[in-house]
Design a protein around this ligand. Sequence first.
Ligand code: KIV
Ligand code: NA
Length: 266
Amino acid sequence: LKKIRIPHLQQMKERGERWAMLTAYDQLSASVFDAAGIPVLLVGDSAANNVYGHATTLPVTLDELIPLVRAVANASPHALVVADLPFGSYQGSPQQAFGSAVRLMKEGLAHAVKLEGGRTMAPTVKLLTEAGIPVMAHIGFTPQSEHTLGGYRVQGRGESAESLVTDALALQEAGAFSLVMEMVPAPAAAAVTKALDIPTVGIGAGADCDAQVLVWTDMAGFTDGRTPRFVKKYADLRGILTQAAQEYARDVRHGTFPAPEHSFEE
Ligand code: KIV
Ligand code: NA
């Protein structure tokens, strides 16, 4: 495995090679995904849900995210580590975004940051990029704006498909190295992917994006309850761990654990 850097992602788009991105929030999961050859790991603000137990991504703070970013970066010798700018840490001004992004890179050791928003984020993307901070953009359904958007809904249907292309082009022009599209009709995502030189990363955005991303706990069947339609479950980690915990507890109750081989002689 080689160390992935931003030009490699660009080269993959030019060669038509698709790639996969996963979220990660800790050392163990990150080291597995890095060794499995996942080229890009995202320390998403979905840590709000998956680490801190919140119902939305809104409550997570920079101070809560930074230690997770650092753990993932330390565990990832090959993957490019992208960190989400959490809600409230960048929307105030490009200068605020700069301060927050610097913390994610200096304290969190992130290689790049991701932020949500369309063309209005272009000045912020420009400032960060010119300061040497690679930016991944995120349009379509943007979970930090769920109260404005009126819940989890597909974005870019009908007329607003053109607006997605306008947003995407503005973000590319401002210097974004890649663009996430979340919950966008497949034909609209395909049109954006075709219009852009930089790689697009889809989540619920169809098969024509240059790359795909999933939340790792969804993809591995670790998440409790229902997952969105766009998730494919590749394992039943929740079932496996539940069974392991139950068997361990039963062995302890029955006195069959620890056995002699788990115990020390005098
Ligand atoms: O926070 C997150 O997990 C994300 C991905 C789903 C793109 O932003
Ligand atoms: Na996110």
